[in-house]
Design a protein around this ligand. Structure first.
Ligand SMILES: NC(=O)c1ccc[n+]([C@@H]2O[C@H](COP(=O)([O-])OP(=O)(O)OC[C@H]3O[C@@H](n4cnc5c(N)ncnc54)[C@H](OP(=O)(O)O)[C@@H]3O)[C@@H](O)[C@H]2O)c1
Length: 346
């Protein structure tokens, strides 16, 4: 494994972050394809053996059961100071707004619940999961700063935002001496490259770490034409992100397969080796041992400039999809797929 600094933060992270959205009670949440606690523990133990020290979960993943499984496994297999743990909070719900829960209280309540789920007294990176149009950014930044001052979050990060939103938030924080976002978790992979337009150059200029999610397009960049899996069949949310452009993306995926054959490696290694040249640490999902093993091997693979050009050549701009397609003031009051399920947040 190779390691790097997470932007300006004093955190040393593995070049692969293990995405933990696929861990949790499959009967209790957004996804039907998640793996149980025993399988989660095996994958986390293998990730640690391979040198992965960076773990990404969220309160929204399977009603907090991802956080619980991850927290217990890390307590059993690692020392707290040797791992970098991130989790995320959702926007305020209409119910919270109606009963007068402020943005600052909301953040504290959510982080307290996440810490209970994880069985930890702090997280290394606390992530603003998606832009909350109903809560002023000032309140968000004050609330996050409260958590850093209280020692419950070492650093803060953001996910699913436009570059202008990140700039606006950090500008406010800098003006007021508050904690700034040190990382951004956006949707970025070989078949979805919209982050290259504004976010990439902005992050480079500001030394903000990019830790993109769906680094393998939910498994599409790991599969040959016709290959399928439980997740590909059941993950309807991911299908909404990729189905509309499947034909044009298929040409790029074919090139990934072609280069994999030429280099004698897996498609996963090609797709991640490409992304690793662009970002700090991709967040890669794993529901099988060989998934994390493939991701770890990618860190060792170097592509030539010709291979990079060949992989990039066919991309054409895509419309925004998934959470980013809902990043508008008009969408703010519409329900989105994420919720905290049956957790009693307080
Ligand atoms: N901030 C956000 O809004 C957000 C959104 C989505 C995800 N995330 C984070 O990002 C993580 C990753 O996202 P993701 O799961 O959507 O995307 P991903 O990493 O693009 O896809 C993971 C899938 O790729 C396949 N795969 C992984 N390694 C493989 C290997 N070595 N060989 C063959 N197939 C392999 C598996 O699919 P099969 O099971 O089909 O084989 C696996 O479920 C999540 O766990 C979560 O932590 C964050």
């Amino acid at each position: 494994m190779k390691y790097t600094k997470l932007g300006k933060a004093d955190l040393t992270v593995s070049r692969i972050c293990l995405g933990c959205m696929g861990f949790g009670d499959a009967a209790n949440g957004q996804h039907s394809w998640t793996v149980d606690e025993a399988q989660t523990r095996e994958i986390i133990r293998r990730a640690l053996e391979l040198g992965v020290n960076f773990f990404d979960t969220a309160i929204a993943y399977q009603s907090g059961t991802s956080e619980r499984y991850v927290g217990r496994a890390l307590r059993d297999f690692a020392r707290r100071e040797d791992v970098v743990v991130t989790t995320k909070f959702l926007p305020r719900t209409q119910e919270e707004i109606d009963v007068g829960v402020t943005g600052r209280q909301h953040i504290e309540n959510y982080l307290n619940q996440s810490l209970r789920n994880l069985g930890m007294d702090y997280v290394d990176l606390y992530i603003y999961h998606m832009w909350d149009y109903q809560t002023p950014v000032e309140e968000i930044m004050e609330g996050l700063n409260d958590m850093v001052k209280a020692g419950k979050a070492r650093y803060i990060g953001i996910s699913n935002c436009f570059a202008w939103q990140l700039a606006k938030a950090n500008f406010y924080a800098r003006e007021h001496g508050l904690a700034e976002f040190v990382s951004v978790q956006g949707h970025y992979n070989l078949i979805f490259r919209e982050e290259e337009r504004e976010m990439g150059p902005f992050c480079q200029d500001q030394n903000i770490a990019m830790t993109p999610y769906s680094a393998l397009a939910g498994g599409r960049l790991s599969k040959r034409p016709g290959e399928t899996s439980k997740r590909l069949a059941e993950d309807s949310y991911a299908r909404l992100k990729y189905d509309a452009t499947a034909e044009q993306d298929g040409e790029i995926i074919r090139r990934v397969a072609e280069l994999a054959d030429k280099r004698g490696v897996s498609m996963t290694e090609i797709a991640l080796a490409w992304l690793l040249t662009k970002v700090t640490s991709p967040v890669v999902g794993a529901t099988k041992l060989h998934h994390i093993e493939g991701a770890a091997r990618a860190v060792e693979l170097e592509l030539t400039q010709d291979e990079m050009d060949y992989l990039e050549e066919l991309y054409v701009p895509h419309a925004l999809v998934g959470v980013m397609a809902q990043n508008t003031a008009a969408s703010a009051k519409k329900p989105h797929v994420w919720s905290v399920g049956d957790q009693k947040i307080r």
